[in-house]
Design a protein around this ligand. Structure first.
Ligand SMILES: Nc1nc2c(ncn2[C@@H]2O[C@H](COP(=O)(O)OP(=O)(O)OP(=O)(O)O)[C@@H](O)[C@H]2O)c(=O)[nH]1
Ligand SMILES: C=C(OP(=O)(O)O)C(=O)O
Length: 256
């Protein structure tokens, strides 16, 4: 088994297989971001966790050996925070897939700056910015397996997508959003089914997702934000953790 499944429409890129990658991370920030997290954990938790999830995702991607640059596509006051991270403005009001396409365009238009003659062998990987348990070596495994023009990784639920890779000559055709696993398959992208990449598949949309991610091990920003929320709630005599609803109260203190 080579860890790949697909529709048969895909082709191997052969000599055009990427040897360098630029990552595109679309980020919605501000009050509109991570509304499902707010609905399950409360607004205070949403406001501190949403940027923390993104910071940990960006840090893990930046630490991946094959990634040369991280392009964050967002409109809302995001500072790059590290060399190798570039922030570009979103396409206003066009949503997630337009942001990804924009990021790919920017990456391709500017890749010669850091890749020189290797720019023709540059792939782009677009990732959700809510993967706080992602580890650099997991992303490395995904990129090594990405040998078709477009490949994707399904989320842990099995209905969505956490990342899409696009080879140098391929049209990105991002189909992120609810039910995107099926849409990516139908569009001819190759699904990468890899063992041992739980963090690469664990997007965090709800409080329950966050507990699973904490169990896998999250980056320091998410860990600190979570601990601060728990400390605050304990001081206020709310032992269940941030916004602990019926589904969270049972295990909110246990992960990690
Ligand atoms: N640049 C940009 N990023 C977006 C946009 N919509 C979603 N994202 C990002 O895309 C990734 C996946 O999005 P979702 O998990 O659906 O995030 P969300 O829309 O903030 O969450 P919900 O409100 O719970 O649906 C996250 O990194 C988001 O920040 C958008 O319109 N523009
Ligand atoms: C954007 C996606 O994820 P979610 O909305 O579940 O975060 C997706 O699965 O394509």
């Amino acid at each position: 088994m080579d860890g790949r499944t697909g529709t048969g429409r895909e082709r191997d890129t052969g000599p055009r297989t990427p040897i360098h990658w630029v990552a595109v991370i679309p980020l919605k920030a501000g009050r509109g971001a991570k509304s499902r997290l707010g609905a399950t954990l409360g607004e205070r938790a949403r406001a501190s966790l949403a940027p923390a999830l993104a910071r940990d995702t960006v840090a893990a991607v930046l630490a991946c050996r094959s990634v040369r640059e991280v392009i964050v596509v967002t409109d809302e006051g995001w500072s790059a925070g590290a060399p190798g991270v570039r922030v570009v403005p979103d396409v206003p009001n066009r949503g997630l897939n337009a942001a990804v396409e924009h990021g790919v365009r920017v990456a391709r238009a500017t890749s010669h700056r850091h890749l020189g003659g290797d720019a023709a062998r540059m792939g782009v990987v677009a990732l959700n910015g809510d993967l706080p348990a992602l580890r650099p070596e997991e992303l490395e495994r995904v990129l090594l397996a990405a040998r078709a023009p477009r490949c994707f990784v399904a989320d842990a639920e099995g209905t969505g997508t956490t990342m899409l890779t696009v080879a140098p000559d391929a049209v990105p055709e991002p189909r992120f959003g609810p039910g995107s696993r099926m849409r990516h398959r139908e569009s001819g992208a190759l699904e990468l089914v890899l063992p041992d990449v739980p963090g690469a598949r664990r997007d965090v949309d709800t409080g329950a997702d966050l507990l699973v991610a904490l169990g896998l091990g999250v980056g320091p920003h998410t860990r600190r934000a979570w601990e601060a929320l728990r400390t605050r709630d304990r001081e206020r005599g709310e032992p269940g953790g941030p916004g602990a609803g019926p589904g969270l109260r049972r295990s909110a203190g246990s992960p990690g």
